[in-house]
Ligand binder design. Structure first.
Ligand code: TYD
Ligand code: MG
Length: 454
């Protein structure tokens, strides 16, 4: 029989329902509602009895608000993504696929922060102390004064953190925690939500920055860290393409910094190495660029990054030609192909089209449109672009090339890496070292590429 205070939480989206149902009305998933015991019915306000009631006092927008203090961890790529170091008392969720390197990154972050004088704890529910120790030894961090614990009981963790003050605490991972106040098993939405909630509260109260690790699973079997995202101040994701050593740290939400910032790392034998010049990394070995390759001068967060777009256009063996894209949006590719066909008469109807962003980086900027189009046209016409040429510009549905932001930074980065030419929309800024070939319409770009005229 259902208890009075029973509620039903969807294991897929975390929505809480007062009644059981076969389908979650929030996310439409079937058979995902699981009974939980709640302290109070959903939607009810916390009891105010005993608490001193105060009227609501409004404030002005303008006031002296000092910048929040920061704990620099010494891992600059990490600090930058956080907005310039970790804010005391903030809660951060670091999510990513299992094995991408979250524990490695946080062990390095905690060790470096501890070496810089911060009081730091690393609590692992996933690995044994010996395992973490041997990893730290391999990374040359064994001397760092990090307080280490292997624990999954929320009660014990909270007690320890109340007993001793820390500037920074890592809990790896939130899915392994369990609170004895709940009947649900570790990893269930109820447990993840309750444990994360308690730790976030403690972070605020004790001014301890808490980093929670959350695994993301594709099939959604383990309760994803989605439910935690609302509670924390920042959500960082750690990504990497299989087979590449590069790892990208991204801020998806950040109350204390920009959200488009990225940090770039390279996984090696002794841990993660910070990559200060990602362009050199993503461009790979110099060498001749073949037909179908276009170097995109992009901006990731606050930094310009050059990456190579590679296209392969080949006659299709089947009735329905293939379109495969890695590192870019497939919808965006479909749009560029449609504009090339409709506005430039450049059809790919009976061709297979493959597009790849080299190095495993995922590009989201519309400014990459022209680079993708250039790579496609170059492959289809078998005409390589000039060796020292970078490309950027947004393509509109009408076939116009639109201006994009931060052109100057893009040109400067290109020049720094030995490029001396740019195919772009008309620019108001100039860079002495880079000659720009401006194109107003996609047809012009197609003509220039196919006739090798710049
Ligand atoms: P890990 O940090 O355990 O991943 P996560 O916590 O996200 O699950 O990293 C695991 C992978 O990283 C593992 O496949 C081995 C690799 N690795 C290295 O290549 N070099 C190293 O120095 C370390 C510590 C790990
Ligand atoms: Mg781990």
């Amino acid at each position: 029989m259902a208890r009075d205070n029973a509620v039903y939480a969807c294991q897929a989206c975390g929505a809480v329902h007062a009644k059981w149902a076969g389908q979650c009305s929030a996310c439409n998933a079937w058979n995902t509602l699981v009974e939980e015991v709640s302290a109070r019915p959903p939607g009810a306000l916390a009891p105010t009895k005993g608490a001193r009631r105060q009227g609501l006092a409004f404030e002005t927008l303008e006031a002296e608000t000092p910048e929040p203090p920061r704990i620099p961890t010494g891992i600059e790529e990490f600090d930058r993504v956080c907005g310039g170091g970790v804010v005391p008392g903030s809660a951060i969720l670091l999510s990513g696929d299992p094995g991408v390197g979250k524990s490695t990154l946080l062990l390095q972050v905690t060790a470096q922060a501890a070496l810089r004088g911060a009081s730091v704890a690393y609590i692992s529910g996933e690995e044994a102390i010996e395992q973490i120790r041997s990893r730290a030894g391999r990374m040359g961090l064994a001397q760092a004064p990090v307080k280490l614990a292997a624990e999954t009981s929320l009660r014990d963790i909270l007690e320890a953190l109340k007993r001793e003050h820390f500037d920074l605490v890592v809990v790896d991972s939130v899915q392994t925690l369990w609170s004895d106040a709940l009947e649900a098993g570790p990893g269930s939405v109820a447990q993840v939500r309750a444990c994360a909630g308690e730790l976030v509260r403690l972070a605020k109260k004790r001014r301890t920055a808490v980093v929670l690790v959350g695994h993301v699973t594709k099939d959604g079997q383990v309760a994803g860290p989605r439910v935690v995202e609302h509670m924390v101040d920042a959500v960082l994701s750690f990504e990497g393409e299989r087979g590449y050593p590069f790892r990208i740290l991204r801020a998806g939400k950040n109350r204390f910094g920009a959200t488009d910032e990225i940090g770039v790392f390279e996984m090696g034998d002794s841990g993660l190495r910070e990559v200060r010049n990602p362009s050199a990394l993503f461009l790979g070995e110099g060498g001749e660029r073949a037909a179908g390759a276009a170097v995109f001068a992009g901006i990731e967060g606050s930094r310009p990054v050059l990456v190579e777009f590679q296209a392969l256009v080949a006659p299709s063996a089947y009735g329905t030609p293939r379109r495969a894209v890695v590192g870019w949006d497939s919808g965006r590719l479909a749009m560029v192909l449609a504009v090339l066909e409709a506005r430039c008469g450049f059809g790919f109807g009976d061709q297979d089209v493959y597009l790849n962003v080299a190095g495993g980086l995922r590009i989201n900027e519309p400014a990459a449109d022209l680079a993708a189009a250039a790579a496609l046209v170059s492959s289809a016409t078998d005409m390589p672009l000039p060796q020292g040429c970078v490309v950027f510009g947004e393509i509109s549905l009408s076939g116009e090339i639109r201006a994009v932001g931060r052109a100057e930074a893009r040109l400067r980065e290109a020049q720094k890496l030995g490029f001396d030419q740019a195919l772009s929309p008309p620019l108001t800024v100039k860079d002495k070292g880079v000659r720009t070939t401006s194109v107003n319409r996609l047809t012009e770009a197609v003509e220039r590429i196919s006739q090798n005229r710049y």
